[in-house]
Design a protein around this ligand. Sequence first.
Ligand SMILES: [Zn+2]
Length: 153
Amino acid sequence: MTQTWPADWFERKAGVGCHICTQGRPAETAGGVRFYSGEFADAYLRKRAHLPGQSMVIWRGRHASDLIDLSEEEAAGYMSDLRMSARLLAAVFEPCQINYLTFGNSVPHIHTYVVPRYLDDPNPGAPLLPLVETEIDDTELQQQLEALERAAG
Ligand SMILES: [Zn+2]
């Protein structure tokens, strides 16, 4: 067998050099601005997105690369925060469906892309892949964040 995944893959899965663990819980990352912070996860509105409201929810407990590595309580907590983030996105962006993508193929620390889908989006009835991300105008991003804050009450 010729291994196609990185030679240090299992070390990375174990948390060696995990940049998500070392970043703590910042209000803003290179990729997004936080709009929800729960006990188990933070949700960030992406600065670059395919369609409005595309976000990333990041597990904020100990390093874990896969949902099966969490205890039942941790997994339920993550799901609860994921659902709360999605409720806020639904209230603001009014999608017709929401997709949840938990890959971890490049950064093996649990995180989930939350992708609102719209009645006029380019791939109805199927995944919106690849996730082509384009820069969101700063003013528009700020307006979206303010709308999410209002939705959170
Ligand atoms: Zn980690």
